[in-house]
Write a protein that binds this ligand. Sequence first.
Ligand code: NAD
Ligand code: UFG
Length: 333
Amino acid sequence: MNILITGATGFIASHTIVELQQNNHDIIGIDNLSNSSIDTLDNIEKITKKKIDFYQIDIRDYDRLKDALKNHKIDCCIHFAGLKAVGESVSKPLEYYDNNINGTLTLLKVLKEIGCHNLIFSSSATVYGSPKFIPITEDCPKGICTNPYGWTKHMIEQILIDTQNATKDWNIVILRYFNPIGAHPSGLLGEKPNGIPNNLMPYITQVACGKREKLFVYGNDYNTHDGTGVRDYIHVVDLARGHVKALNAINNKCGVEIFNLGTGHGYSVLDVIHTFEKVNQIKIPYEITDRRPGDIATCYAKPAKAEKILKWCAEFTLEDMCRDSWNYQSKQR
Ligand code: NAD
Ligand code: UFG
């Protein structure tokens, strides 16, 4: 299939392109490079020995987007492009709503005009807010989001559902990711956050390489096995493979389908620190500090629907994730 990838040079998209190319799909990529680098294209090519048709375009730019895509026959779009920093979204809400919502609206308009009605969307477990039950199934009611980033995912999901409701020839798969970490085992692709990392694993790898002195663990008084927050960490390569499988749902004319992409296992912050230390033989100094506002105690998926319908399940372990995250970070020095 010819697959359009928005946000193509980003963390999750780059890994997904590798998996798609290895399954003989052809890629047209779009990115404005606001949070990624053009070098990613060379690194993808080093792994797959295949090129992608790449356009440096902001998806909010209707004219340039339409112009770039009008001569391609696109079978499906996987829409990754978006701003994703939770904290930044609180201080820059208008930028987040503009980029994520207007970007998606412009993309949908262009896709409709070029006759592509198949879309896979990168959503997030953040839409569950403080989840009503654990493990989280897709039926768990959506919650109150604690930041504008989360609301953009919440709203985009609704826009997509309404679009498909109005015009039944759309097929839309919404993938709710849990906590993607890890990196490509080659060490050529991974996550490179700007500034001080917001997320746990990039912070740990920066402590491991000496860029930061110690990790601050946000609270050890949660109702979890060791008091620290529990999350469903998923290897980015497993996540990428979930997108390849989601194409089958699109081909089967699914209407709208929502899937959790997680492992079904919850690990605490201390579990992650200790596994990282054991696998990589590097001590991670840490200090317990106050809870981070907006954090919840526990969040992990029940991925049974993806297993049953997509025939997908995560295969990499937490040890693999810690090894590959460090392998990538250590090659950046
Ligand atoms: P990323 O920042 O690495 O990738 C996003 C890419 O989109 C970047 O390359 C950026 O330059 C590009 N982009 C942003 N706005 C754009 C625009 N207007 N036009 C064109 N390109 C634009 O992030 P990621 O971690 O790979 O996340 C990919 C998607 O998955 C995002 O939508 C994110 O919200 C979602 N998601 C990520 C996580 C996570 O923890 N990483 C969890 C749940 C959902
Ligand atoms: N944590 C620390 N110290 C840090 C960073 C994180 O103790 O320096 C803790 C957090 O308190 C939490 C756990 O590590 O208990 C994971 O935190 P992350 O920031 O890595 O991930 P979150 O679960 O808070 O959120 C992430 C993304 C969201 C996404 C969500 C679900 O940032 O965008 O996963 O997919 F919505």
